[in-house]
Design a protein. Structure first.
Length: 137
């Protein structure tokens, strides 16, 4: 009887250890925010440089993130969005995207999901979309 109870306890502990290991391998999810803060206009050739930054509770989730900026010429249902440029954030989470002047409308920045670190220290930096930035020249 004692032997059977000991065997069952060993099985339960083994299965519990395996389940705990698989959870740790998935990583800790970190909320991310991205924002277009402003625009600078260049005359020759006519271009606009949109700049902004990525924020996260862990600084590892701010650096080296891929950011894509989209132009939305018809905000609302049935959005017609066009990719206009992309950049990778610097070590503080800042980015700049230079685009040809398209016109007045809404722009969005999207930062892709990224996994950082290995095993127990893995972070999963979540994907994020910025609020619309209305470019009015």
């Amino acid at each position: 009887m004692k032997r059977t109870a000991g065997l069952l306890l060993a099985i339960v502990l083994t299965l519990g250890g395996v389940a705990g290991t698989s959870q740790a391998a998935k990583g800790k999810k970190v909320k991310t925010e991205v924002e277009i803060e402003g625009v600078t206009y260049l005359d020759a050739p006519p271009r606009a440089v949109y700049f902004g930054d990525v924020h996260a509770l862990k600084s590892k989730c701010e650096r080296r993130r891929h950011v894509t900026v989209y132009y939305d010429n018809d905000p609302g249902p049935g959005d017609d969005i066009v990719e206009v440029g992309e950049d990778t954030t610097d070590r503080t989470g800042d980015f700049e995207v230079s685009v040809e002047l398209i016109g007045e409308s809404a722009y969005h920045a999207i930062v892709d999901k990224r996994k950082v670190g290995k095993a127990e220290k893995r972070l999963v930096c979540k994907k994020a979309t910025s609020p619309p930035f209305y470019d009015v020249d």
